[in-house]
Design a protein around this ligand. Structure first.
Ligand SMILES: CC(C)(COP(=O)(O)OP(=O)(O)OC[C@H]1O[C@@H](n2cnc3c(N)ncnc32)[C@H](O)[C@@H]1OP(=O)(O)O)[C@@H](O)C(=O)NCCC(=O)NCCS
Length: 167
């Protein structure tokens, strides 16, 4: 069965979603629609083509990185003001489909979307607050770097994402 990723809509069945992290389950089942309505974030869900049961999701919002929190080798090349970024606010996969590459599929889709957005407005990096160290290691596996003074927070410059994508 083909898997697709589409924007969260009323038709999607989120009731039984369980990624093993209550706060991430709660966000999808109770809050994601409110964030959509209030333009606070956009959520994209992974479903089997033709089905509505949500297998995984990620959520994006606009953000900015405080200049002083970035590593010195990067700030040398940047003006001293907040650096425009996208926040990967949440990403999670139902436990029933873990370990089959679908978490990676969600993150690659997120990268592609960020590259498209970065063609339209200035965005330097994608930022994520990892929920725990295991999650942080998942992001490191995909090239994210930990902020020097906040090891639970990571970033990846979109230039790095673009280069990895062959652009
Ligand atoms: C994080 C999560 C989405 C990963 O999904 P998954 O199905 O377990 O991972 P995948 O099968 O897609 O793995 C893709 C790649 O990432 C690697 N990977 C997965 N989890 C990893 C981890 N914790 N540390 C390092 N690498 C990891 C895999 O080895 C695989 O590598 P490969 O493509 O080189 O073979 C999933 O475990 C999850 O939903 N966890 C609970 C919620 C959570 O912690 N979300 C992060 C919130 S900040």
């Amino acid at each position: 069965m083909t898997l697709i990723i589409e924007q969260l809509a009323g038709k999607h069945d989120r009731g039984g979603f369980d990624c093993g992290k209550p706060s991430l389950n709660d966000f999808l089942t109770r809050f994601a629609s409110q964030y959509e309505k209030r333009n606070l974030a956009r959520t994209y869900v992974l479903v089997r083509d033709g089905e509505v049961k949500v297998l995984g999701y990620y959520t994006l919002a606009s953000s900015a990185i405080e200049f002083d929190t970035l590593p010195a080798d990067l700030t040398k090349k940047l003006p001293n003001h907040p650096v425009p970024a996208i926040l990967l606010a949440r990403l999670a996969l139902d436990q029933s489909v873990r370990g089959q590459g679908m978490g990676g599929k969600l993150l690659r889709d997120c990268f592609e979307r960020c590259l498209l957005l970065a063609d339209q407005i200035g965005i330097h990096s994608l930022v994520v607050d990892a929920i725990d160290d295991e999650a942080a290691r998942f992001y490191e596996h995909y090239g994210f770097t930990r902020f020097p003074d906040q090891p639970g927070k990571l970033f990846i410059p979109l230039a790095v994402v673009r280069q990895a994508a062959g652009g």
